[in-house]
Design a binder for this molecule. Structure first.
Ligand code: FNR
Length: 387
């Protein structure tokens, strides 16, 4: 099939670029300001060498682990992304369906386009809800209750968005929801008919989890999106994390933590883990690459908490490197969105198969038969020279 011609994440990205109108592709692909962090998130992995053992029996590779207290077939999970229906009609259900087939955790965004209750009903696998602390704490508390009722297993509190990042590609392309019918956007839609026809019905743009709350306040979907963004509370602090941890009383990761001190503080405030993340380079440009922070963060929090490396993972070998530096698992955003746009649920399924094959092959070539035995000596930072 067409999808089988995609050998890696880069191929799926090119397929997505052909398939989507440019403003939509740029919304996925772009980052903040000069996109320095976006690029470095991925290239930083190349700085690490994998130092193999030989003549270990690698006929059987053990990959099973636990993330957010749930069993995961191998150490990868799917990050929350907003507006997913813009990229494919089946949206979150397609992505979660593929994750379930592969035994991986899926996270649903507050800004998602599927109601959390509908996702939970369609999808029996382990699931995390990505939450924000809104100016209206009642709205956050309502999400906590809905997640508990629907059977979500964990929460990820995103803390790197006190204000929206400066995504200049979106400004240049004039991204708006629903799309503005300028001459340029009409041309782009005419060139991508398979995407455009269902899109123009408008159903792609419903922020399903929040619209019931604020429909009356917003005149159109884009203003709804802006309205929700303006309801994130930039004054939040550690007390709010303590409040949320008490309110939820279950697995909770703080998403967007970068430093050992903040990681320690997250755990002290009641979180069970951290997602080291710069929001895929979409918020603070110049923030460090997550992979470069793993070792220090792990040293700060000790063995127990989940430490998830989120951002820049483009190969299965990246995941082995992250584990060697101390991560529990890695998390991906863009790779599955490219795959979704390229081929719906079969596209995401294909991506997860490719990454899993790369991961297992890397483990075998590195001479490591069990993820529990991946250790610091399997990785070396070239910038610091040979040991
Ligand atoms: C995101 N991300 C994100 N994060 C979050 O906490 N809430 C959200 O609604 C979104 N929305 C979103 C949309 C799109 C299109 C992208 C690409 C990303 C960030 C996401 O969860 C994750 O941190 C990054 O995508 C990880 O980097 P990579 O894997 O894309 O390199």
């Amino acid at each position: 099939t067409r999808l089988e011609r995609a050998n890696n994440v880069a191929d799926l990205r090119l397929m997505a670029r052909r398939r989507l109108p440019r403003p939509i592709f740029d919304y996925i692909d772009g980052g903040a300001d000069d996109e320095v962090s976006l690029r470095r998130n991925a290239t930083a992995f190349a700085q690490y060498e994998l130092v193999p053992d030989v003549l270990n029996d690698v006929s059987n590779i053990r990959t099973e682990t636990r993330i957010f207290g749930q069993s995961s077939r191998w150490p990868l999970m799917l990050s929350p992304t907003g507006l997913t229906r813009m990229f494919h009609d089946r949206a979150e259900l397609a992505v979660a369906g593929a994750a379930a087939r592969h035994g991986l955790l899926y996270s649903l965004s507050t800004m998602g386009t599927t109601r959390l209750e509908d996702l939970a009903q369609a999808f029996a696998g382990p699931k995390v809800f990505q939450i924000y602390i809104f100016k209206d704490r009642g709205l956050t508390a309502e999400f906590v209750a809905r997640c508990r009722d629907a059977g979500f297993h964990g929460l990820a509190l995103t803390v790197d968005t006190p204000v929206a990042g400066n995504r200049e590609r979106d400004r240049v392309s004039g991204l708006s929801l629903p799309p503005k019918l300028t001459l340029r956007s009409l041309l782009s839609f005419a060139l991508h008919p398979s995407w455009s026809l269902p899109a123009l019905t408008g159903s792609k743009f419903d922020l399903a989890n929040v619209s019931h709350k604020i429909d009356a306040l917003a005149s159109g979907p884009m203003s709804l999106f802006n309205y929700v963004g303006s309801q994130f509370d930039p004054s939040i602090g550690w007390r709010d994390v303590e409040w949320l941890a008490r309110e939820w009383n279950g697995p909770l990761a703080i998403k967007g933590v970068m430093t050992p001190d903040d990681a320690r503080r997250s755990i002290a405030s009641g979180a069970t883990g951290v997602m080291i993340s710069n929001h895929g380079g979409r918020q603070l440009d110049g923030a460090p690459a997550p992979v470069d922070q793993i070792e220090a963060v792990r040293n700060a929090v000790g063995d127990e908490p989940d430490v998830i490396c989120d951002g820049g993972i483009r190969r299965g070998s990246d995941i082995v490197k992250a584990l060697a530096l101390g991560a529990t698992a890695c998390s991906i955003g863009r790779p599955y969105l490219y795959a979704l746009a390229a081929g719906g649920q079969p596209g995401v399924d294909h991506l997860l198969t490719l990454l899993r094959e790369e991961f297992v092959r890397t483990m075998m070539l590195a001479g490591i038969s069990d993820i529990a035995s991946v250790s610091r000596r399997h990785v070396r930072n070239r910038a610091r020279g040979a040991v």
